[in-house]
Design a protein around this ligand. Sequence first.
Ligand code: GLU
Ligand code: ZN
Length: 486
Amino acid sequence: MEKNAAGVRVRFAPSPTGDLHVGNIRTALFDWAYAKHTGGTFVFRIEDTDRERVTDHYIEAAGETLKWLGLDWDEGPGVGGPYGPYLQSQRLDIYQEWADRFLAQGDAYHCYCSNEELEARREKAKESNRPPGYDGACRNLTEDQIASFRAQHRTPVIRMRMPDGKTTFTDLIRGEVTFEHEFVPDFVLMRADGSPLYTLAVAVDDVLMRITHILRGEDLLSSTPRQIRVYQAMGVKESDYPVFAHLPFVMGSDNAKLSKRNGEVSIAWYRERGFLPEAICNYLALLGWSPGDDREDVSLQEIADLFDVSRVNSSPARFDMKKLEAINGEKIRRLALDDFLARSLPFVIEAGVITGSPSEVEVVRKALPLIQERIVTLGEVVAMVRFLFGEGIEVEADSLSKVSEPQAKEVLRSAMSALTPVVKWDEQSIEGALRESLIDGMGLKPRLAFTPVRIAVTGSHISPPLFESLALLGKERTLARISALL
Ligand code: GLU
Ligand code: ZN
C-alpha cells in the first residue's frame, strides 16, 4: 500500500485555537513516525483561516511543543520548503482562485440562501424525516432569480456541487469506507465575506503540497468525501489522491472522548508538571498502536523505526494516566545525572527554591541520586529538595499532626543529644547515632523513631532518605531545626 516510498509526504495540520492537546500530539507523532519510517517528508502546516480563534500565540506554542517533543518537521513554518507558505492565512489568494475556477467549471455555484432560510428548511426537512442538509435550492438559478437576489443586496456563498452517487476510498486503518452522497449535501467552500472554509483550504493544500498520506483523527472521517470532491474538481487523477488513515479516538477514563471534562488534555499541563517529552511520546505511541510483542518501552527513534500503520488498531484507545506516570517514572530513573540535573533545575528555580548559583546547583546535584527512585514527575523534585535551602523550614500541616504526640517530643530530645556529639558528619555516623539512641535506647520501631526527626528537619514526612538528607543539610542546620520544632 505504501506508494513510491521515497516520495511519501505526510502533514500535520493543526488549527491552534488553544494549546495542542493529547489527541493532536498523538496525531502529530503518528504523522512524524510514518514519514520517518518511510524515509519521507514531514510537513507542518498551520490551518489558521479562522483568525478569530487561532492566535499567533498558539501558533508559536504549537511549533514549540513539537520541537520540545522532538517531532522536527522537514517543511513548514520557520523551515520553509518548496510548497510554502505553510500558514493558510498567507494562502487566501490561492483558495480564492480555486473557488473561482470551480465556479467557472460548473463544479461550484453561488448560493444566496440566508441563514434564516436555511434554518427554516432544515427544520421542515427534519419534521418530514428527510436529511437535514442543504437541499440544493440554488443549484440551478435562472438569470432572473440571480438578478432579484442581487437586487436584495444578498452576498452569496460558494457551494460545491455534490454529484449523485457515492464516494468510496480505502482507509489504511478502517479498510474500505463508503459515503452515499445522499448524506453529503452540497457544501460551502467560501463564505459570503470571501473567507475559505476548512474543507476547501485543507484539500487544496494537500494537493498543492503533494501530500501522499493523511493520517489524522477519526473525527475528520466524515469530511473525507468532501475533500475528495475538491480533488476531483481540481482535476487530480484518482490514483494521485492522498491515502487516508483515520486514527481511533482517544477516550477518557469514563469512555467518553477525551476532553477537558474527563481528563487533562493540554500537553502544556503535562510539561508544566515535569513529564518528559520522551515519556509522552512513548505513552502516546501506545494509544492505538503497538510495536508488537507486548513491548511498552520505546524511544522516539524506535517509534520511527517500528511504526507500521497496519498495526494501528481501529477501536478507540483509552487514556490511562497511571500508565503514563509509570512510564515517566521509569524514564526518570534511567536519566544520567547531568541530564536529570539539567532537566530538574528549571523546576527548582521556577519554584523560587534556588536562584541557580553554582553552589546551589551543587547541592541539588548531590540530592538528585537520593530521589531519583522516588519521583514520578520532575515537578516533584521541588518538594524533595526544598528543605536543603534556607535556614528555617515550614512544617507541612499534615506532617505536623504526626509529631504532636508527647512521644515525638521525647524522640526529638534524644535525637538532639545523640547528634550533638557527632564529629564526622556523614551518613554512617548519623545513622549510628540515631539508631543507638532511638532504636536501641528507646526501643522504638524505626518508623516511630525516625518520622519525627524527618519532619523536624525536612518539614515533611515524605523526603529523600533520612540519613543522607541530614548529611547533606549539615550538622548546624539539622540541630537548629530539631530544636526549633521542639
Ligand atoms: N486543521 C484540522 C484540525 O485541526 C485538521 C486537518 C486535517 O488533518 O485534515 O482539526
Ligand atoms: Zn442556496
